[in-house]
Design a protein around this ligand. Structure first.
Ligand code: XMP
Length: 318
């Protein structure tokens, strides 16, 4: 029978056998899957695992330094690369959601390629692909090739894509990944983190992205997420976040008229993100969070709560 401990034991042995003394590159995202994959490889090959954690400038408030520190504390050989300026410069003036995603995907590949060149003689690219990703890529492309695969004669690809791919979580579902992580002693706070999209706050800032908007949304998001944690609601919610709307509305502050931004809070229950219901958060909680946001975040004078389920509304607004 399958147990997390036996999975760790056999997988670590297989990885040792397969990889030997080769070097492996892995992109950490701060999420559960890449972190658990990294720990398995770390157990198998130690310092020959070279992890890269990229700051795209669209992470949550303080996420980059705090997650980097956490990875270092886990003993991982990890390099933090702050490419915020590069991402934000390239996104300037772009307000189309799919184009934002494309820009972020392209810049990530460029940054990752540059970084992977610094690891001499790397032979493998490790990924935290899990079973649902495998299934999704089969149905999306007609073949199991949507994740980065090793090929021969692939002249046009970034160099890291020419590495052989190793995906130790390929056969696991999300809850199994969490159990494997727990059996290796990963921080429950890391294992229990809400999903967060790769393009980050870029798809929660409706319209064009500026550094100022990112800073505003990071503050709003932090108040909401910390509020959920303080109220003991974080673990009851599958995913939560805030959207910065391209809308100004009139308010009053003291005896001044204001004309400032509106944010929407969203919290959903789900099992896989394919369908989702909005969460009936207590009014008292929403009241407190709304007051905190409006009092503490300059530039925001209105907070609304999203009560749409998926379908037809998606979880993200873009
Ligand atoms: P939607 O908005 O489609 O989101 O209901 C479903 C889940 O997917 C996440 N999401 C993304 N994740 N890149 C990602 O890595 C993306 O472009 C992206 N778009 C949505 C979303 O956060 C939710 O968990």
């Amino acid at each position: 029978t399958w147990t997390p401990d036996s999975f760790v034991e056999t997988t670590v042995a297989q990885l040792k056998e397969k990889i030997g003394t080769d070097k492996v590159i892995l992109g950490l995202s701060g999420g559960v899957d890449s972190s658990v994959a990294a720990m398995l490889l770390h157990k198998a090959i130690g310092k020959n695992l070279h992890c890269i954690f990229v700051n795209n400038g669209l992470l949550r408030k303080d996420e980059f330094p705090s997650v980097l520190k956490q990875y270092e504390g886990m003993g991982l050989n990890v390099k933090g690369v702050d490419a915020s300026a590069r991402f934000l410069d390239e996104l300037e003036g772009e307000s189309d959601p799919e184009k934002k995603r494309k820009i972020i995907g392209r810049v990530f590949i460029e940054v990752f390629d540059d970084e992977s060149h610094l690891v001499e003689d790397a032979k493998w690219l490790a990924q935290g692909t899990i079973y649902p990703d495998v299934i999704e890529s089969v149905s999306a492309t007609g073949g199991p090739s949507a994740t980065i695969k090793s090929h021969h004669n692939v002249g046009g690809l970034p160099d890291f894509m020419k590495l052989s791919v190793v995906e130790p979580l390929r056969m696991l579902f999300k809850d199994e990944v969490r159990r494997v992580g727990a059996s290796m002693g990963l921080d429950p706070l890391l294992l229990g983190r809400h999903p967060f999209p790769g393009p980050g706050l870029a798809i929660r800032i409706l319209g064009d992205i500026t550094r100022e908007k990112v800073a505003i949304l990071q503050e709003v998001d932090a108040i909401f997420i910390n509020g959920l944690k303080d109220a003991g609601l974080y673990d009851k919610v599958w995913q939560a976040g805030a959207m910065l709307l391209p809308v100004n509305s009139v308010g009053v502050m003291g005896d001044e008229r204001t004309y400032e931004k509106c944010v929407a809070l969203r919290a959903v229950e789900s099992t896989d993100g394919m369908t989702a219901d909005w969460v009936n958060l207590p009014y008292e909680f929403l009241q407190k969070v709304s007051n905190d946001i409006i009092n503490k975040v300059r530039g925001v004078n209105r907070v609304v709560y999203d009560i749409s389920s998926k379908p037809p509304a998606t979880i993200e607004w873009e």
